[in-house]
Write a protein that binds this ligand. Structure first.
Ligand SMILES: Cc1cc2nc3c(=O)[nH]c(=O)nc-3n(C[C@H](O)[C@H](O)[C@H](O)COP(=O)(O)OP(=O)(O)OC[C@H]3O[C@@H](n4cnc5c(N)ncnc54)[C@H](O)[C@@H]3O)c2cc1C
Length: 292
């Protein structure tokens, strides 16, 4: 099948792109095209106008500070993955990005595009939400920041308004005493996951001060569950198993063509336990290094 006919515009400035978007109710932004072009080809989307943002200046940077990593709207997954500084300040980025599709797709697909596409099977929306990040969006009316907690409304549905372009996403740095981990199960490496888990653990001395996990391909939206209570009395096998059950109780794994709800529930239990343990081990190592 071929896409339905559409007009194409490649603006050279952000104001030009925003004006075009505001002027056409059925327009769509085109970034890396790795999700949108297949949707067009299958006629699951039929915009009257494609606004290709690849010619806009100043949006391709990955900017790293002590506070975190800001990823511009035209930074490709591969650019973020290749940034040694980004990996140092927030190691979860590289851990998760290495599971996003294949190198050819990561060379073109943008991290911000993935975040606003709002696919519950994608890695980076969950990472943004777990870390408490945000997205900076702009329209002809001005700029606003959307916290990740307010970003995901439903399957493939974000809280961006039709006339807004996401200009960057911000991922907070690993906190002192913090550790992170990521793992997923997919039929083949690079496929969308049947279930994936990202975790963050923060230690205050020997005490677990924070522990939470984010889940992809389990609920209809990227979902984060607080698991600190299960680890309050120590990180034992029993406590980790209890955290797996707590996570499952807060989630709603469903059947689909890729797996049954029961299989997904079992993956959720196993991955939560495994990833939380790795994040804890990472936090212990981070704390030891900071103490030196
Ligand atoms: C074979 C294959 C396998 C894949 N596997 C995975 C995977 O395992 N995990 C995963 O996470 N992803 C996967 N992807 C998707 C890939 O990560 C895409 O890069 C990503 O989903 C979208 O980024 P994009 O830049 O290509 O966006 P596009 O396809 O250009 O756009 C996607 C949507 O977001 C909107 N959009 C994009 N950028 C902006 C912006 N700056 N402001 C406002 N709206 C915007 C578009 O209008 C469109 O609705 C896969 C893709 C393919 C083709």
């Amino acid at each position: 099948m071929k896409p339905a006919p559409f007009a194409y515009l490649r603006p050279q400035s952000l104001p030009e792109a925003l004006a075009a978007l505001a002027g056409e109710a059925n327009a769509k932004v085109l970034a890396g095209g790795q999700s949108l072009v297949p949707l067009l080809s299958m006629r699951l989307a039929a915009p009257s106008l494609l606004i290709d943002i690849n010619g806009l200046p100043g949006l391709a940077d990955v900017t790293v500070t002590g506070e975190g990593v800001r990823v511009g709207a035209l930074a490709r997954h591969a650019d973020v993955l290749a940034s040694v500084e980004a990996g140092r300040v927030q190691p979860l980025l590289a851990m998760a990005l290495s599971h996003v599709a294949h190198p050819t797709i990561r060379n073109r697909g943008t991290t911000v595009g993935s975040i606003v596409h709002a696919d519950a099977a994608a890695e980076m929306p969950v990472v943004l939400k777990l870390l408490g990040g945000s997205v900076e969006v702009e329209s002809v009316s001005g700029r606003r920041t959307i916290p990740a907690d307010d970003l995901y409304l439903g399957p493939l549905e974000s809280s961006l308004h039709h006339d807004e372009i996401a200009v960057s996403a911000f991922f907070p740095a690993l906190p002192p005493g913090g550790g992170v981990a990521f793992d997923e199960i997919a039929r083949r490496h690079g496929d969308y996951a049947l279930c994936g888990v990202a975790a963050l653990v923060r230690l205050d001395g020997d005490r677990v001060a924070e522990a939470r996990a984010g889940f992809l391909s389990v609920n209809e939206v990227p979902t984060v569950v607080d698991l600190a209570a299960d680890l309050a009395d120590g990180v034992t096998d029993a406590a980790l198993a209890a955290a797996g059950e707590t996570a499952l109780a807060a989630l709603d794994p469903a059947d689909d063509i890729h797996g049954t709800a029961a299989y997904r529930a079992q993956l959720t239990r196993v991955l939560t336990t495994r990833v939380l343990r790795s994040a804890y081990d990472h936090a212990v190592a981070t704390s030891a290094t900071e103490g030196q």
